[in-house]
Every structure is written in C-alpha cells, then in structure tokens.
Design a protein around this ligand. Sequence first.
Ligand code: PAF
Length: 278
Amino acid sequence: MDTIESVAEIQERTRKLRAEGRSIGFVPTMGFLHAGHRSLMRTARERADQVVVSIFVNPLQFGPTEDLARYPRDPEGDARQCSEEGVDLLFMPASFYLPDHATKVQVERLTTGLCGASRPGHFDGVTTVVARLFGLVHPTFAVFGEKDFQQLAVIRKMVADLAMDLEIVGAPLVRDTDGLALSSRNKYLSPEDRTRALTLHRALFAMRDRLRTDGKGADLEPAKRIGRALLDADRIDYLEIVDADTLAEPTADTRSLRALVAAFFGTTRLIDNVGLDL
Ligand code: PAF
C-alpha cells in the first residue's frame, strides 16, 4: 500500500491507472476507522482492480459549535487497517483545498430536512469535499455506507445532476454485537450513555415490527409514538418515517419506507436508520 499526501500525486497516479484501463473503487472517510469502514473497503476490494481510501477530516462539514477539534484521529491505526484490507492507495492529504478555494457544491431539497435541518451547511460541506475528491481520485465507483442514509441520497443526487462519470455503491450499515450502529462518535459515549444509546436501534426495530403488523398504507403515527416512547435519549433531534428515495413524507407513489433517528446521549449526537420493507 502506498500512502500519498499530495493532491497532485494522487491525481496523477489515479489518472494513469484509469488510462491503463484499471478500475478504481474509492472509499472516502474521515478516519478513525472501524469495522463499518472496513466493510466498505471490502465491498470496493471485491469489485475493483485498485482500491483507494482517503482520510481527511473535512472542516467544511462541521458547524461552528460542532466537534471538529475533538474529532477522533488515529492515523497509524487507520493505515494498518487499510493495509490489512488490501487497500492499494491511501490518500491522507497534507493540505487539501486550494488556498483560494471558492466553490460550494450544493444539493437542494434533499438537504433541508432530517440532519440538514439541525446541521445547516453540513451537506454543502460534504458535497463540496466529495466532488473535489472525485476529481482527484478518478473513481470508477465510490462506496458510501447506508448508516449515513441522507448523505448517500445527497451524493447520488449530486452525481446524477452533475453527470459525474462514476457509480455510487451503497453498503449496508454495520452494527456492534449489541446492535449499536458503528460510528467513530461512539467513542465519546460514557458506559451509561452507550447503554442508553442501544434504544436507538430498539426503537427503530419496534417501529418496523409495528408497521409490519399494521400493513402497507397504515397510519405511521402509532409506529412513531412507539419509537419515541422507547428512546432513552437526552434529546431527540428527529425520529421520522420517510420515502426512502425522496426523504420526504411518503405519498401514494412511495416504493419503500425508511425510519431514521438522530438523538443526543450526553453531548454526543448519534444517528441510525432501518429499511421498512413491509
Ligand atoms: O461519511 C464521511 O465520513 C464523510 O462525510 C465523507 C463522505 C468522508 C466526506 O467528508
């Protein structure tokens, strides 16, 4: 595995790979890697000639009151995990944006609800960094986890709207043995808060069970009430059942539903979601 710190070098290396006809599977991350990231790398490894992972804690996607400075980092552990997963190129930029960077990539509508409502500007930061990463890495496809379900939808939309020449692959969320969705932010939880955070997936699964009992087309409110009652959080940011494609309120045209939740345990905000195939 080669570790590359320069934007010019990653762009040159990946351009050459594509010119030689090799496929590139790309996994963008912010580091502090865990089994969830490793499953994204495996998905890329299975399908691509070359796997590129980037590690960059992107300041543009953090709000003024968010945890950029204390975002966990472990460059050596990350490099070891990437190497174990057979990654070919690890891109850890020493400097990422041009000094006079002036471009913002913004996807409308999909970014206004759910996480977008409580984290204004967050998805603009995500799409801006991901667009630049795609320009640097020349991926044939890029893998994103369904854990960040809204992020995945927003990136798919950006790629479609801007006719970017790559495929976006969604990979299933990975849970710990006790059911907690894996996240770099789990590290911030006290043991008590971690136990309470298990109510995230319990609430989602209970909602799914209720909807399975109620059947297609049923009123969604009783399921949401059950979810809210089960959640033992300090604050619920949102708990919603939406159309999985539009992330808006379900309509007669809705093909599948998704339940999504964001809640605070102490000062740590966690998200989780589940598909509601009835
Ligand atoms: O999901 C993440 O870790 C980040 O939002 C991403 C896609 C790497 C962009 O910084």
